[in-house]
Design a protein around this ligand. Structure first.
Ligand SMILES: [Zn+2]
Length: 182
């Protein structure tokens, strides 16, 4: 058994013993690891963007078309809609985890979902899109779910997002570790 396998096993047993309040049922949105560290470069939560804006999510770099899995059971809040330079976004509320905007998803290969529809943990809910710039990723935004209305709020600097925006780095780091031992 490799070190990675041991870490994987340890992650699972730790999850089983964790308090109910933690979203232990969540999973990483890909079956493979991201191609770059989402905690560095321009990919991390809070990274600088033009005009004083800050990055409101983490970017999981992956090839266009890679399947994106629901990280937990949930209910679709917003069916796929146009988001950013040639890509869509989808919003799903995952009880116990929060509301997730799965952003920069594929606008040509679309999973037909409608608001109010239930999804199960692991369901393929979207595919990685391709930005006009040529780069491709899942842009992952997390919200506590206590807010109402649209997630993009241009009048709320520096993230320009709804007030219940949450830094997803800790969650994503844990999910990545549980999935791949890294
Ligand atoms: Zn992003």
């Amino acid at each position: 058994m490799t070190t990675a396998d041991l870490a994987h096993e340890a992650g699972h047993s730790a999850s089983a013993a964790a308090p109910v309040a933690t979203p232990t049922h969540a999973r990483f949105p890909f079956d493979q690891r991201a191609l770059a560290d989402f905690r560095t470069g321009a990919r991390y939560f809070g990274a600088h963007r033009p005009h004083g804006r800050k990055h409101a999510g983490v970017d999981l770099i992956a090839p266009p078309g890679r399947p994106i899995h629901a990280i937990a059971d949930g209910v679709v809040i917003q069916a796929p809609y146009y988001f950013y330079t040639g890509t869509n976004a989808l919003e799903v509320h995952h009880p116990g985890v929060g509301t997730v905007r799965y952003g920069e998803i594929n606008m040509h290969k679309v999973v037909r979902l409608r608001a109010g529809q239930h999804v199960k943990r692991g369901d393929i809910i979207a595919y990685v899109g391709r930005l006009d710039s040529g780069s491709s990723m899942l842009h992952f935004e997390l919200y506590a779910g206590t807010g109402h209305g649209g997630l993009t709020v241009r009048s709320n600097p520096p993230y320009q997002r709804r007030h219940d925006l949450v830094n997803p780095t800790h969650l994503m780091t844990r999910l990545q570790h549980e999935a791949f031992g890294i």
